[in-house]
Ligand binder design. Structure first.
Ligand SMILES: *Cc1c(COP(=O)(O)O)cnc(C)c1O
Length: 373
């Protein structure tokens, strides 16, 4: 085998896709409720994205960050408006690395408080910020990371010292099991951070780009983070990451402190730019689909093997009493693509553009499968 064994790969080869339908090399159609792990938010091979990419590919793909890049400025403006400054990377983990570096440089403090069950990526600082022992296993960790209990404000208070640079969290924990932050917890956290001169760093890598029904999840919680990161859905499948911070923090990432060869190159920025436009048009109508989704998901509460149904917007978790990995592979055999999260949670991240009928049909199939367990 020429590939490392670090992934479990299901025995299927996908060769093409259109919106929420993927096709394998036998020309079998699959219904996608995963968005390729939260990436295809505006649908696979979205025609507007394909057109923008094709057009840009014919002009120029790569321009290093030694020269002006108006496309980056346009995307930055669409992501953060007038009050945020942007840096572009190539992945979620890399955006979080930049965010952690900025928080430390801007405050002169070193400790980052993150949370149990969190997931921030696999590079070193992002991995250290991730509050899961299994992800740290067998490796020495970076210093300067402390872990509080998610949704427990007192657990944060006990970690306070005068060396806390930032509190870092996902507003809906994705990989950890689709666990939404409680509004009261977030409110208390924002106040605690404000009172103690600590930055709030929100990882919107999975929750961003319309996933929860608003462009970013922090809009549901009525506050503006000091720093936030985006990646997965940002360019609808072209690798990208972004770190945004309040303008006042911008000088801390001074000349020479950070950089990337590919970060924000014209090809990926053309994709992000049009993805953001498509999203702007789609978000006002998305609420209807979300309401229908949660009406259907409420029916899952009655199933014997279901212990909880939770999430926000187009991000849903169904906690199960049966091994979730088997469920994921059985459903793949039924040509439905779903994900797992945490120990026992079935995770659904359908493309925001999935036709409502297809969504309901796939959910009925999942419900039938689970009801027979
Ligand atoms: C996926 C994910 C990451 C890591 O993103 P990569 O692009 O895989 O590096 C970080 N944070 C969250 C919340 C994620 O869901």
């Amino acid at each position: 085998m020429p590939l490392f064994p670090n992934y479990h790969r299901a025995p299927v080869t996908f060769v093409s896709a259109k919106n929420a339908t993927w096709f394998d090399d036998q020309n079998q159609a699959y219904s996608d409720l995963s968005s390729g792990i939260g990436v295809y938010n505006v649908g696979a091979n979205n025609p507007k994205v394909v057109a923008a990419l094709t057009k840009q590919a014919e002009k120029i793909w790569h321009v290093p960050n030694l020269y002006l890049n108006p496309l980056q400025e346009q995307v930055a403006e669409k992501l953060g408006g007038d009050s945020y400054t942007a840096y572009f990377a190539n992945s979620g983990a890399e955006s979080n690395e930049a965010a952690i570096k900025l928080a430390r440089l801007a405050t002169g403090k070193s400790t980052i408080i993150s949370f149990s069950n969190s997931f921030h990526g696999r590079t070193y600082a992002a991995m250290a910020a991730t509050g899961q022992d299994s992800i740290h296993a067998g490796l020495p960790m970076l210093a300067g990371f402390e872990y509080a209990v998610f949704n427990d404000i007192n657990s944060v208070k006990t970690l306070l010292t005068d060396d806390i640079a930032a509190i870092m969290l996902e507003l809906v924990q994705g990989e950890g099991g689709v666990i939404p932050a409680e509004p009261e917890f977030v409110k208390a956290l924002v106040k605690l951070a404000h009172d103690n001169n600590i930055l709030i760093l929100i990882d919107e890598v999975q929750t961003g780009m319309g996933r929860t029904g608003t462009k970013f999840a922090f809009e549901h919680y009525n506050f503006e983070p000091d720093i936030f990161t985006s990646a997965k859905g940002l360019a609808n499948g072209i690798p990208v990451g972004a770190m945004l911070a309040k303008n006042v923090l911008a000088p801390a990432l001074a000349y020479g402190t950070h950089g990337s060869t590919f970060g924000g190159n014209p090809l990926v920025m053309a994709s992000a730019n049009v993805t953001l436009d498509v999203l702007d048009n789609l978000l006002p109508e998305l609420q209807t689909k979300i309401t229908i989704l949660w009406q259907k998901l409420a029916e899952f509460n009655h199933l014997n093997v279901v212990t909880d149904v939770r999430g926000l917007g187009m991000m849903a978790g169904i906690a199960l009493t049966i091994p979730v990995n088997e469920v994921v592979s059985d459903l793949l055999n039924e040509q439905i693509i779903v994900l797992s999260a945490g120990q026992n949670t079935l995770r659904l991240l359908p493309p925001l553009t999935i036709p409502t009928e297809q969504l309901l049909e796939s959910l009925d199939k999942i419900k039938k499968y689970l009801s027979e367990k």
